[in-house]
Write a new protein. Structure first.
Length: 232
């Protein structure tokens, strides 16, 4: 190689696609095994066999079983493996752009239902893992904080649209959303009491709207509220 000419390392798009496909096979295999066997009884060797890869490949991509379960939950929550945070996805942006707080809230509850329908079967696995694995317990705690942050974000969005009842602060509204839209409440209704996801959605939206939002007739559009008084 001539002096002064450095070798270059090119990232192969095909190699990147292959690595992503391998990760997804591992995640899909782990998802099925965690549901069938539980967290404690599923090993990385089991996951590797079902994914059709060497166990060293699972270690290379994830490092340990707790990270595999976290990825399983992340993919189930999002519905895909795109590296885009939930609050940066088109459905969240549409909620921020929606001028009517009632419609914005209904869209959030509808999206929550879609997420919970995907993750509800895994919640027992994560709860059991958090009870025996310190890393998973830390992840569970982190997830709770993230969920609270997301619901306070929604409360702030609703407040900026002039939709929150005057007696409610953004913080308190976020707490109410965090509690009533919790996965535990969803599982209680749909698994324990036999409600359909659609019934849960209607109940959650109706109760949250009654608790958090002004009636439509009481709401003054933000631009109207800020408009200067006409001169006499």
């Amino acid at each position: 190689m001539p002096d002064g000419v450095k070798s270059r390392h090119y990232a192969s798009p095909r190699r990147g696609e292959q690595a992503r496909a391998t990760r997804r096979r591992i995640v899909d295999a782990a998802h099925k095994l965690f549901l069938a066997r539980g967290y404690a009884s599923t090993t990385l060797e089991n996951i590797a066999v079902d994914a059709g890869v060497a166990v060293q490949t699972v270690y290379f991509h994830f490092g340990n079983k707790a990270t595999v379960l976290k990825e399983v939950m992340d993919v189930a929550s999002a519905g895909d493996d795109e590296p885009v945070p939930l609050l940066e996805r088109p459905w969240a942006e549409a909620i921020r752009n929606e001028s009517d707080p009632h419609r914005a809230l209904a869209a959030w509850v509808r999206s929550s239902r879609a997420i919970y329908e995907r993750v509800a079967p895994l919640l027992g696995v994560v709860r059991d893992a958090a009870g025996t694995d310190t890393e998973m317990f830390a992840q569970w705690t982190t997830n709770q904080h993230q969920r609270l942050t997301a619901h306070r974000h929604l409360a702030d969005v609703l407040a900026n649209k002039g939709g929150l009842r005057p007696s409610l602060s953004v913080e308190k509204a976020g707490d109410i959303l965090f509690a009533l839209l919790s996965p535990e409440v969803y599982v209680l209704f749909t698994n324990e009491r036999g409600w359909t996801p659609a019934e849960w959605e209607r109940w959650a939206n109706s109760n949250l709207a009654d608790t958090l939002l002004k009636r439509r007739s009481q709401r003054v559009p933000a631009q109207q509220a800020k408009a200067p008084a006409p001169e006499n």
